[in-house]
Each structure stands twice: as structure tokens, then as C-alpha cells.
Design a protein around this ligand. Structure first.
Ligand SMILES: Nc1nc2c(ncn2[C@@H]2O[C@H](COP(=O)(O)OP(=O)(O)O)[C@@H](O)[C@H]2O)c(=O)[nH]1
Ligand SMILES: [Mg+2]
Length: 323
């Protein structure tokens, strides 16, 4: 089901629900109308091989981007994927040689300067992917310093998310618990240190405080499959770095395959946050005083409980486990 179908289904179930007040229904249907029209644009960048395509596929469906394809530098265009209301721009970062770097920077700068119909910046958020198996992020720091931070503008700084992929390969595969698909404690410590040093390097070179997160997009190769790690966390941080009213599109377009989103306690906490964000967008201004509390229960109004059930049932995937 695409976003339009999902929203139609949610709308219909809200209309037909005997448990909701008419006034609340009208407000929610208006919210859904606004969500339907909402377009969101994200730029994914990072050195070739960092896992941009794999990440796009893990987040938004396995068929979106081609994995393991280097770009042809001569004809280099920024790849563009349209997933319903979400447009993903996929561009290599720096590190492909002086000439190519110039071309890539120019294309990214052009994109960052593009405006939408309302005259606002077209790009809503930027995901910079670092390769966790590498140690030197010099070219990515340069991209941040010379391109992303200056051209996103002052208020755009909060729109940059730095994410370290291939957490499983951070120590050449050592310390990765394949059974549990998560790092051992030793690797966790290593990853935390990597985050801290990356954060201070970014601060030193750009003056901007950006706290990276780590994850693994996973891979599928010759019958071997490794599912993602911390993907729910990644989606939640993407949402957090996107304008609030636009981020629901990302959840609605996210991978319907529930197994991708993980079932550890930490995964569930992020799934809960993602669920509440989407629910709050449907409930906006409806049910006066509605409080998206810690749990669906005492703090939730009756409408929120009903609508949570409807939304969770229709959207499934990353939020299917919460409601
Ligand atoms: N082990 C492991 N391999 C990964 C991960 N993410 C991507 N890869 C592999 O890294 C290679 C490059 O990935 P790709 O998504 O094409 O990178 P891109 O050039 O940035 O788009 C492919 O062979 C992927 O299967 C990961 O989290 N763990
Ligand atoms: Mg790619």
C-alpha cells in the first residue's frame, strides 16, 4: 500500500468509527488531508561504498536503490528516487578525486539552493553517512565544512544527521554478535568512542554540534542476509531532523517489512517514539487536551487510543509493533 492508499484507509476507518466524536473526526480528516499533500525531500550523501543505497533500501523498501553500484563520474548526476510523497536525493560525497569532488560539490550546492513552490529550501534534511569500517573521515568533514553547513544556512544546521553505517564492520567484523545481530560490549564501547571522537572533530572543524549515531543497514549477498541493526533509531533521528509536519511522510513510506525494524528493547523504544509522532500528526487539534503520554493508557485520551489502533493497523511495519 502506498501513502495515499494508507491515508484513504485511515480516513475511512476514522469516518466509520462509532467511538469518535464528530468534531474530532472533522479535525482529524483535515489533518489527513494536509498529510496527503505533504512532500518531503531528503539528501543522502557520503563517500562511495559507505552504504547510501543499502540504507535507502533498508529504510524505504528493498527495491528502491541499486546496491554496490559506483557512479560513473563522467555522467555523474545526483540519483533521485521518488517514494510516494518522499523524494530521496542520493549523491556521493567527496573523496573521488579533485575533479569529481568539484563536480559533486557543485551539484550538492545547487540542490541545497533549490527552492520549493513556497520559496523555502527544497531539501528538508540531510543524512550524511560515514563508513564505520573506516577511520579517516577527512573528506566527509570537508563536505560538512565547505558545503553542507554553509549552504544549509543557520536554521538548516539542525537538519543535518550524521550516521555511522556498517557498525558490524567497525572492527573488521570483530565483536559483532551475529547470532543476536548486535555489537558485543567491547564493540559497543568502541562505537561509543567513535561517536565521541567524530562529534568533537565535527565541532572543531565546523563549530556545529552534531551527535552522530551508529547503525548497520545490513546486506544481502549470495544468499547471505544480515538484517539491519539500529534502523528504528536511524528513522527516529531522521524524523527528529525533519520539519515536524513533513516527517510523517517518512514513516508512512517506511519499509513495510517488520523484521527490518528490530525487536530489542531499544528498537521498541524508538518504534514507540515514531508511532507517537505519527499519531500526534493525525490527532493535531483534535480531542482537546489530548496528551501523548508514555504509554497508551491513562495519559492517552479515548480518541487517541482508537486512532492509534486504526493507524497502527493500517501502517504496520515500523509502528505495527507498538499499537
Ligand atoms: N557488512 C555490511 N555491509 C554493508 C552495510 N551497508 C552496506 N554494506 C555493503 O557495502 C557495499 C556498498 O554499499 P552501497 O549501499 O552500494 O553504498 P553506496 O555506494 O554508498 O550507495 C555493498 O556491498 C553493501 O552490501 C552494512 O551495514 N554492513
Ligand atoms: Mg549507491
Amino acid at each position: 500500500m502506498n501513502t495515499t492508499d494508507k491515508l484513504n484507509e485511515i480516513e475511512q476507518q476514522i469516518r466509520e468509527s462509532a467511538a469518535l466524536h464528530e468534531i474530532d473526526k472533522i479535525k482529524m480528516l483535515k489533518n489527513i488531508q494536509a498529510m496527503r499533500a505533504q512532500k518531503v525531500n531528503m539528501l543522502i550523501t557520503g563517500v562511495t561504498g559507505s552504504g547510501k543505497s543499502s540504507t535507502i533500501n533498508a529504510l524505504f523498501g528493498q527495491q528502491v536503490a541499486k546496491v554496490g553500484m559506483g557512479v560513473d563520474p563522467e555522467t555523474m548526476e545526483i540519483d533521485k528516487y521518488i517514494v510516494g510523497g518522499l523524494t530521496i536525493w542520493d549523491s556521493p560525497g567527496l573523496g573521488d578525486g579533485i575533479e569529481n569532488d568539484k563536480r559533486h560539490s557543485k551539484k550538492i550546492i545547487e540542490l541545497l539552493q533549490q527552492k520549493d513552490e513556497e520559496g523555502n529550501a527544497l531539501i528538508d534534511m540531510v543524512l550524511l553517512i560515514l563508513d564505520g569500517s573506516q577511520r579517516d573521515y577527512g573528506t566527509s568533514y570537508e563536505l560538512l565544512t565547505k558545503v553542507l553547513v554553509p549552504y544549509l544556512g543557520e536554521e538548516g544546521k539542525g537538519r543535518i544527521l550524521v550516521a555511522i553505517n556498517q557498525a558490524d564492520q567497525a572492527k573488521k567484523g570483530r565483536g559483532w554478535d551475529r547470532e543476536a545481530n548486535q555489537p558485543t560490549d567491547a564493540l559497543l564501547t568502541f562505537l561509543e568512542q567513535k561517536v565521541a571522537s567524530t562529534q568533537s572533530r565535527i565541532k572543531a572543524s565546523t563549530g556545529v554540534d552534531i551527535e552522530p549515531i551508529y547503525y548497520s543497514a545490513g546486506y544481502q549477498e549470495e544468499g547471505e542476509v544480515q538484517i539491519p541493526y539500529n534502523l528504528s533509531k536511524l528513522l527516529y533521528f531522521i524524523i527528529k531532523h525533519t520539519p515536524k509536519n513533513k516527517a510523517s511522510t517518512m514513516t508512512l513510506e517506511s519499509n513495510a517489512d517488520q523484521t527490518m525494524w528490530g525487536s530489542r528493547e531499544e528498537d521498541k523504544q524508538y518504534q514507540e517514539k515514531i508511532s507517537k509522532h505519527l499519531l500526534s500528526q493525525v490527532l493535531r487539534r483534535a480531542e482537546k487536551g489530548v496528551n501523548i503520554g508514555r504509554k497508551l493508557g491513562a495519559n492517552f485520551g479515548p480518541a487517541a487510543q482508537v486512532v492509534g489502533g486504526i493507524v497502527g493497523g493500517v501502517v504496520g511495519g515500523v509502528i505495527g509493533m507498538f499499537f
